[in-house]
Design a protein around this ligand. Structure first.
Ligand SMILES: [Zn+2]
Length: 315
C-alpha cells in the first residue's frame, strides 16, 4: 500500500503531536540505559512537512516519491528517527539535505541507505570527507550533489530552495527554504534567544555571522516561520537541558529571526568594543553591555563566542 496522506487527523495535527519512540541504548560501563527520544510535531503545512526533535532538529517532507530529510540526526538515532517517520508515511527517505557538516546533523547519513540524493554545501562535503565514518565504502553516504550559492530542488508546492549566505556557524551552512510553505530552516546559524555557537575549526566566523544573517534577512521573502537546528542554547554545565528532545518545541517568527540577526550584530560589536578597550576575554564576557531589547537572551555561551571573536581578531 502506498499511503501519501499522513494518518494524523486535522484535529490531531492542530495539537502538539507527541509521538515518541524510545530506545534503550546501553552505555559502556553503566547499568542504566540512556533514553533516546525523537519527537515529531507537525508544522501544519498541508501536513507533509514535519519537524523532528531528537539529537538535533531535523525536518522531513513527506513526498509521494519519498521522504526529503533535512539533517540526518547523530549516529545512533536512526532507529527512532525511522520509526517516527513511519508513523506518518510508508515512503523511504530518498533525499537528505545536510545543513552543515557537524556530526549531530550529518552523522546519521551512513545508516540511511535508501537515500539516493544527498545534498550539502561544497565546504560541508569537503569537511565530511575527512571524517573516519565516511571513509572507504561509506564514501557513498557523502553528499553527491553540492551547492556553492543556490540550488532549487523539486517544483510547485514542494519546491525547496537551498541558499548559502556566507560563513557563520561553519563555512558551509545552508538555509533550507520551503517557499510554498513559507518555512525557512536555518540550521545552526541561529540558536534561539541564545548566543550563537561558532566553530572556527569548521571554518566558522563570529565576525562574519552578522553579515551572513543580514543577507538572509534581506534576500528571503514571504517567510512566516523559521526553524533551527536546536531549540535552545548549546549544552553546558549551566544549560544542561540543551538537547532538543527535552526542550520546549518552538519556532521563530520572521520578526524574531530579524531580531536574532540584530542580536548577533550587537553582540559582536559589544565584544569587539570590550576587547579593543583592552579587556580580556573573561572580563569582556563578564561585563558585556547589550541593549535592553535582548533581556532574556541566554548568555551562557558568551565566553566561548567572545573567545572566537578574539582569535579571529588575532589577539
Ligand atoms: Zn552545528
Amino acid at each position: 500500500m502506498t499511503r501519501t496522506t499522513p494518518r494524523t487527523s486535522l484535529l490531531a495535527s492542530l495539537a502538539l503531536l507527541a509521538l515518541c519512540v524510545h530506545v534503550g541504548v546501553p552505555l559502556q560501563g553503566q547499568a542504566q540505559t540512556e533514553r533516546r527520544v525523537v519527537r515529531i510535531q507537525t508544522l501544519n503545512v498541508y501536513d507533509i512537512l514535519y519537524i523532528l526533535r531528537g539529537g538535533s532538529n531535523s525536518l522531513a517532507m513527506m513526498r509521494d516519491d519519498g521522504v526529503v530529510l533535512v539533517d540526518s540526526q547523530p549516529a545512533g538515532w536512526t532507529a527512532p528517527l525511522l520509526e517516527t517517520i513511519e508513523t506518518v508515511t510508508d515512503q523511504p527517505i530518498r533525499t537528505i539535505i545536510n545543513t552543515h557538516a557537524h556530526r549531530d546533523h550529518a552523522g546519521g547519513n551512513v545508516a540511511l541507505a535508501t537515500a539516493t540524493d544527498i545534498v550539502a554545501h561544497a565546504n560541508a562535503r569537503t569537511r565530511m570527507a575527512t571524517y573516519a565514518e565516511f571513509a572507504g565504502a561509506n564514501a557513498k553516504f557523502l553528499p553527491n550533489r553540492t551547492v556553492t550559492d543556490r540550488l532549487t530542488l523539486f517544483s510547485g508546492p514542494d519546491q525547496v530552495d537551498l541558499h548559502y549566505f556566507g560563513k557563520g556557524h561553519t563555512d558551509g551552512d545552508l538555509v533550507v527554504v520551503f517557499p510554498g510553505k513559507r518555512i525557512a530552516h536555518v540550521g545552526d546559524l541561529v540558536w534561539p534567544k541564545a548566543v550563537p555557537v561558532v566553530d572556527l575549526e569548521a571554518g566558522g566566523s563570529a565576525l562574519a555571522l552578522p553579515e551572513t544573517l543580514a543577507r538572509a534577512v534581506a534576500q528571503l521573502t514571504n517567510i512566516a516561520r523559521v526553524t533551527t537546528g536546536h531549540d535552545g542554547g548549546p549544552a553546558s554545565s549551566s544549560n544542561p537541558n540543551a538537547d532538543s528532545a527535552t526542550r520546549s518545541p518552538r519556532t521563530l517568527t520572521w520578526a524574531e529571526f530579524q531580531e536574532y540577526a540584530d542580536f548577533t550584530r550587537d553582540f559582536v560589536a559589544a565584544a569587539r568594543e570590550a576587547l579593543a578597550a583592552g579587556k580580556t576575554v573573561d572580563q569582556a564576557s563578564a561585563t558585556l553591555q547589550l541593549p535592553a531589547r535582548y533581556k532574556g537572551y541566554d548568555l551562557s555561551n558568551a565566553r566561548a563566542t567572545i573567545e572566537a571573536i578574539s582569535r579571529e581578531l588575532g589577539r
